[in-house]
Each structure stands twice: as structure tokens, then as C-alpha cells.
Design a binder for this molecule. Sequence first.
Ligand SMILES: C[S@@+](CC[C@H](N)C(=O)[O-])C[C@H]1O[C@@H](n2cnc3c(N)ncnc32)[C@H](O)[C@@H]1O
Length: 205
Amino acid sequence: MGGGGVRGFFDDRFVRNYDRCLAPLERVAFAEARNRLIRKATGLVLDLGAGTGSNFGCFVPPVRRVIGVDRDIRMLERSSDRNRSVPVYLTVADAEALPFRSGLFDTVIATLVFCTIPRPEVALAELVRVLVPGGRALFLEHVRSSASLVGFAQDLANPLQRIVAGGCNLNRRTESMLDGAGLRIDRRSSRFAGILVEIEAISAT
Ligand SMILES: C[S@@+](CC[C@H](N)C(=O)[O-])C[C@H]1O[C@@H](n2cnc3c(N)ncnc32)[C@H](O)[C@@H]1O
């Protein structure tokens, strides 16, 4: 993210306004979903695309420690005011090439991230690689709706969304990507015409 031109102009605003823009959605849906998902986290946790640290306040023991990674240091810098009940360490890294050994993490959480990662299938393979066998992958993602008219509207709005929202896509089919990725789905739920999905999965590798 970042750079000049039109994209850079909007990226700067996206970073600065992210928390404020998300606040209504946090109240309506995200905060509750984060808490529900993060209750399943244990041990050493990777928060993939941690952004401004929206998840940090939810982590409590049996989580021991959280490593938050993001490709954009400006997003991570905005997380410094978040309450934390367990230690959180931050590093700039690309989800498509994680700087961690295989099988390191007990839990990986990805919230509102796979919409933006340029090569999501590469990042998913990395996520599975760094999970300990039997470890938990927790996802909160907005995806292309299962309702065809809504999905069509998302397709139409997507080019503009990508420009104004840091490369975020409204119409990713993130769930179908999980098939064959080495994860066994434990729980899945969706709301808002199938746009917002929560998935708990176990590493089967
Ligand atoms: C919509 S924000 C979500 C932030 C946070 N997880 C949340 O729930 O609010 C998406 C984040 O993913 C990060 N991101 C996108 N692609 C990435 C990549 N390839 N590697 C690491 N982080 C990435 C962006 O920089 C951004 O901070």
C-alpha cells in the first residue's frame, strides 16, 4: 500500500480513517464476531493482517502471546493505543511470504484480510504452513454474497471499492478457496445475505 498518484491519495485516507469508518460496523456486527471467534484462540497466536489492532483487546488467556503482522507499517502504528491483556508483538511482513518456521502457531486469526491480500491462495498456503498440525484457523471475512443480485451489485461496486479501500475486494469467494487447503471446517456461519462469514477450521496437515 502507499505510493503516489490517485491510489496513494486514497490509501493515505484509508489508513487515517479506517477505525472511524469501521466503527458503525463494529457496533452492528464485527465486535461481537471478533469476540466469538477469538474465544477459540489458544497459545501462540498469529494475527494476520492485524491492521490497527482491532482484535488485540479480545485476546485473553489461554492465549499466551500474539504476533501481529501487516504489510503496512502505518496501520500497525495506529494500534499502539489498544488495550492488551496478553503480550502483543508487531512486525511488518507479507502474508504471502511469512517469516516464520512451519508449525509455529497454535492459532492463526484473519479478520477482514483475505478481501485485500493480492494473492489470497498463496497467503492461505502460508497460513496453513505456519499452523501446528491440529492448530486452529479463525476467519472473519466479507465475501461475495450467495444472493445473486447482491453479488452482482458487489461486482459492480468492486472497482471503486478497490481504489478507496486500500485494495479491498467486495466480491472475493474466500470460502471456496478453503476447500483443499489442508483445513477441516469445524464451524461456519454467515449473515447479511451471506456477505459476512465466520469460519473456524482445524489444520489437517
Ligand atoms: C481491512 S484491514 C483489516 C485489519 C484488521 N485485521 C481488522 O480486523 O480490522 C486489512 C489489512 O490487511 C493488510 N494486508 C493486506 N494485504 C496484506 C499482505 N499481503 N500481507 C500482510 N498484510 C496485508 C492491510 O495492510 C490491512 O491492514
